[in-house]
Structures are given as C-alpha cells and as structure tokens.
Ligand binder design. Structure first.
Ligand SMILES: [Mg+2]
Length: 379
C-alpha cells in the first residue's frame, strides 16, 4: 500500500470563539471561520483524516515527503518529518506533525477495522474528565470574578465532572496577572464545591518564582490537586526550585518544545512531580506514546494535555494512566456538548458520571459530516 494523495480541504463554519491579542480563546459574536480537514489517500482506496494542518505547508513539504510511502510506516515517516524540522521549524511545526501522524493512525485503524486505542493495546474504554475553563475575562456573567468561577464550577459539578481546572486571568486583561486574585478565585471555587472535587490551577505563565510559591502554598491549604505552568518553562531551574518547596504536585512541561526529549530532561532534573504532554505539543500520537512509556519507566505520572480523539485514544491505551481527560475549554456562554456542524457526533461524549467514552469506530473514530463540508467549501 502506498500513499497516493495528501490534501487539505478547507470549509467555512460559524464560530462563537474569538482570540485575544495573546491568543486565548473567549466567547464572542458569531462570525465566519475556516476549519481544515487533512486527508491522506492510498492506492488501495483506504483513507485517513484529521483536523488541522496548514494547506501551504501540506502542499509544499508534507505531500512531497509522503507520496509513495507505505502509510503503515508511521514511525519512519514521523522520524523523517522530525529531522526535516531542524531548519524549518517556522513552518514545519509540531502541530503539522500532529495532523499528519493523527491522519496516519486513523488510516491504519480504518485499514484493519480497529479503533486506535485497540491498535495501541487498550487499557480502558472511558476516562474521567476534568472541566477545563477558558481564561478569565471581563464579561458580566462570564469568568470575570472569583464568584463567577465558583458558580461555573458548581454548574460543572452538576453536569457530572469529578474535577475542575481554572485558567485564571492573563493579559490583555488590563489588571492581570494578579496572584491574589488567582488565589481568591481558587478559594471561591473550593468553598463552593466542597472537599470532594479535585481542583487544579493553570494561571498566568510568567509569574516570578516568589509569586508562584505564594500561589502554590495557598493551593496547598485549599487542598488543590495540582498547579500547572506558573512560570516560563524554559527555566528548568525555576521549576526545580518550586517543586522542591511545594507539596502540591507541580505539572509540566506542557508548552516547552522538544517533544519527549524535554520531558526526559525534566524528569532527570526533578523539575516537576507529574509530567505533561499532548498530541499537539509533541507532534502526534507517536511521540505521545513514547512520552507515556518514558514516564511509566520512571514511575512518574503523566497528565495528558488537551482534548480531542488523539489524546483520548492514547489515554485509553496507557497502562500507567494519566488520570484525567481535559475537556474544554469551557465557558458559561458556550455549550461544549453541542456537536460541531462538521461532525455527526461528539468525539468526546461525557456521561453524567463524568466519564468520557472513546469511540469504537475504526481509526480515530471521527464521524465526519462530509455533506456539511462539501456544502461549505472555501474556494
Ligand atoms: Mg496548561
């Protein structure tokens, strides 16, 4: 079997999410937006799909690299693309590697009629989810005050989530960041939901060592479950300093580039208690599985970053599990359980006990609404 075609299909949809100048998503007025579907075709008629991928990079770099390759040689293809990143990181991002790798795993699953988690070696079919909020905002009734977070945490608890993670306020909110206000929000949430619910914080990512320690100590008193990325992850020494002084688990690295190699160095340096990585941070399912095995070998837990089918399938194939699936990002104004128009069903449906169930359909299990995509094509 050989790869015969690699293409991107761009289509319009109506979005209710806008990005601020720092790139954080917030609810906003409905507007037209473009989504991209990556499609890999073979000479035997089997196809693989994933969402994402820059059309120009796919056409100029990915397609020439993939045409003629056996799509089941995922490791070789991933290693090849990783080496090509060296002088091309500006265009050939880990996000693109992720889109390609996901489509190849999808193709492999469709080839043998198995869902990806069973292709990897399944461990479980459902994972408890935490409600992961959008960043704080200044919208009335949104996530504008500690009380607003508390109210939203209660709503999430009612929906069935066993855990709740706050993303608090960041620039460009004019008065943010503010460690005291972060702690106030964490306290309001703890007071509202009681002792049972696991709570986590992912605050501003450029706090000083002292500010991070202040927040971490406060979270210890509030019985929080972990603290995530309060400082620049390029400073491993700062994380060693923080982790030594806190009993609350420090989770990371998340956004630091360097794939599984960076995770290995953090483990060796004792820079965090729980490691972190997701398909988009690392460049696909292939490196996320490597990272999971790395962490298992050191007896270090790994919490998977971000949602989506790639992360969910890996979570269902991890024998030394990451505990939670990150579901979101959530906001009081957004109905996360609404199915996007380009799909026929949610890729991460959650029951009222707070378990997200993995698809048993072949590959990633995406039930794509091709009629919608065909009716909304861009050029
Ligand atoms: Mg994070």
């Amino acid at each position: 079997m050989k790869i015969a075609e690699v293409k991107t299909i761009r289509f319009m949809y109506m979005s209710q999410t806008v990005r601020d100048t720092d790139g954080h998503g917030h609810p906003g007025p409905e507007h037209e937006a473009v989504q991209t579907l990556l499609k890999i075709e073979t000479d035997e008629g089997i196809e693989g799909y994933s969402f994402g991928g820059n059309p120009q990079v796919v056409a100029n770099t990915i397609k020439p690299a993939l045409i003629g390759e056996d799509p089941l040689y995922r490791e070789r293809i991933w290693q090849d693309l990783k080496e090509r990143q060296r002088l091309n990181l500006g265009t050939l991002s880990d996000g693109i590697l992720c889109a390609v790798d996901l489509a190849l795993w999808d193709l492999a699953g469709r080839c043998v009629n198995l869902p990806v988690h069973k292709l990897l070696g399944a461990f479980r079919d459902k994972v408890p989810a935490y409600a992961s909020t959008m960043c704080g905002d200044d919208m009335k009734g949104g996530l504008d005050t500690p009380e607003a977070y508390a109210e939203f945490a209660l709503a999430c608890k009612e929906r069935g989530y066993p855990a709740f993670k706050l993303h608090t306020w960041q620039p460009p909110i004019p008065w943010a960041p503010d460690p005291k206000k972060d702690v106030a929000a964490c306290k309001a949430v703890r007071d509202a939901v009681g002792e049972e619910m696991d709570l986590m914080l992912d605050p501003f990512h450029y706090y000083s060592r002292e500010e991070s320690l202040y927040i971490g100590k406060a979270l210890e008193e509030l019985g929080y479950y972990w603290i995530e990325e309060p400082m620049d992850e390029h400073s491993i020494s700062s994380y060693v300093w923080l982790t030594e002084q806190l009993s609350i688990p420090v989770v990371g690295p998340e956004t630091a580039e360097g794939k599984m190699y960076t995770r290995a160095e953090w483990i060796r340096a004792h820079a965090s208690d729980i490691s972190r990585g997701g398909v988009r941070d690392l460049g696909g399912i292939t490196p996320l599985v490597k990272t999971a095995h790395l962490c298992e070998s050191f007896g270090v837990r790994m919490e998977v970053h971000g949602g989506g089918p790639g992360n969910l399938h890996v979570l269902c194939a991890m024998g030394f599990p990451g505990q939670y699936y990150e579901r979101g990002l959530l906001h009081p104004f957004i109905d996360y359980d609404a199915v996007p128009p380009w799909l026929n069903e949610l890729p991460d449906p959650m029951d009222d006990q707070g378990f997200v169930h993995v698809s048993e359909k072949p590959g990633l299990g995406l039930d794509i609404n091709f009629d919608y995509i065909d009716a909304n094509l861009v050029d």
